[in-house]
Design a protein around this ligand. Sequence first.
Ligand code: ADP
Ligand code: MG
Ligand code: ZN
Length: 492
Amino acid sequence: MSASEAARWQAVIGLEVHAQLRTSTKIFCSCPTSFGAAPNTHVCPVCLGLPGALPVLNRAAVQLAVRTGLAVGCTIAPRSVFARKNYFYPDLPKGYQISQAELPVCLDGHLDLELPGATTDSPTLQRHARIQRIHLEEDAGKSIHGEGGAQTSAIDLNRAGTPLIEIVGHPDLRSADEAVAYLKELRAILLCLGVCDGNMEEGSLRCDANVSVHRPGEPLGTRCEIKNVNSFKSLRDAIAYEIDRQVGLLNDGQRVVQQTRLWSQERGRTEAMRSKEEAHDYRYFPDPDLPALVIDPGEVEILRLGLPELPAARRARLRAEQGVTAQAAAWLVEEPERLRAFQAGVQGGAGEPAAWATFLMTQAIAALTRSSRAFAEVTTAARELARICDKWRTGGLSNRMLNDVLTQGFAGEEPLFAALQTALTGVGEVVSDTAALEATVDQVLAGLGPQVEKYRSGQVQLFGFFVGQVMRVLDGKGDAQAVNAILRRRLG
Ligand code: ADP
Ligand code: MG
Ligand code: ZN
């Protein structure tokens, strides 16, 4: 497809996001929600759907849903209703899922997405993405197919009845990047609220992407819903693929058929799963076993007062009060543990919070990635890391020494904070004594007569070569600024 053909089409995307709520018990019974127990041990007559068992709504799940709604600017419905969504699936023992249909608990919110500015470090606000609704529902169990090469399928119902919220967005997003930014912002909010653990690989946070294309000014096109998206990368790839597919069809004079499609990361494409004609008729009706959910406005106000500082405000404050770059602020706020590590370093005396934030995001994470340590150790070693950052920043460690300290520290057997202290002592001090540095520079230049000649006759790009030669003699421990200054003087 040529660029001009592509330009005639505008992509339109709306996401439906499911988040598992971090309650200790299930939504309609008191079975634990903890992950990883032996199959079918966290079950009872209610979540097994045995006849006569009665559901009782978990107050904590409602509070988490309301907190989420308030954080994204929703109205909280004073009265909402649970319905039965009827369909057969082996891991749905009741034959229906309890969900909210016409009357959900939260309505009409939005996310303001900050998309990176093209040329500046400051993010530009580019999309006001509306949220239609947030409703409460229960999760299904899990089917496990062909375990250990067996020709059978097994069912684990531990997850059946785990509380979920579904956050339904309006079709306000216009590109794969915007969809990723939307999901990232939503995830950051859920983590910041403690509503969900945000783990996409384990399925605690799941996303279906609705994609269509149309010509600007004309009605929206027919959409396809893409399932099985379990990372930011697959969300971006799946949407990009689907936009191309639909534009290709339309440019060929064909039409887009409304479908549910599955994303295959290995094959790099979406594949038809079912069409609209085969779509379920869920025959929703109010669950006669559950009274309407009535929420007292006073309780909503108490929950509103209890909201923490949200990611957007936190980013703005990191930039305004601590001079942190937009990129580092976005990175810090993505995961609460990063913010905790940052704060621990600031409290431990990091000289310049902005430099410490960038150091944490780049050098510290690079060293962590090369090691087998967990991020939690970065937090407990934040004071040592911040000290190392300061020492490097103020010229007390050369780049080479910094690299040695981090590599040795992260590779050590001891706890990270102790290993870093040992490595920092071991690396010694930077050579900044002027007389000693001058002697080394003179000795090095004396052996490089021809190159010095070339430099003086105009090949100034040789400067870096001289710095490298001097640093090599100094075992990488020379004060870089001092070495540069002396070389400049000597070379004239
Ligand atoms: P349904 O009830 O069939 O799931 P909804 O109207 O509630 O349909 O929409 C579900 C999701 O599809 C929402 O996230 C919405 O933003 C998205 N959506 C609706 N229409 C379009 C469209 N034309 N293109 C892309 N996404 C759409
Ligand atoms: Mg839907
Ligand atoms: Zn149960």
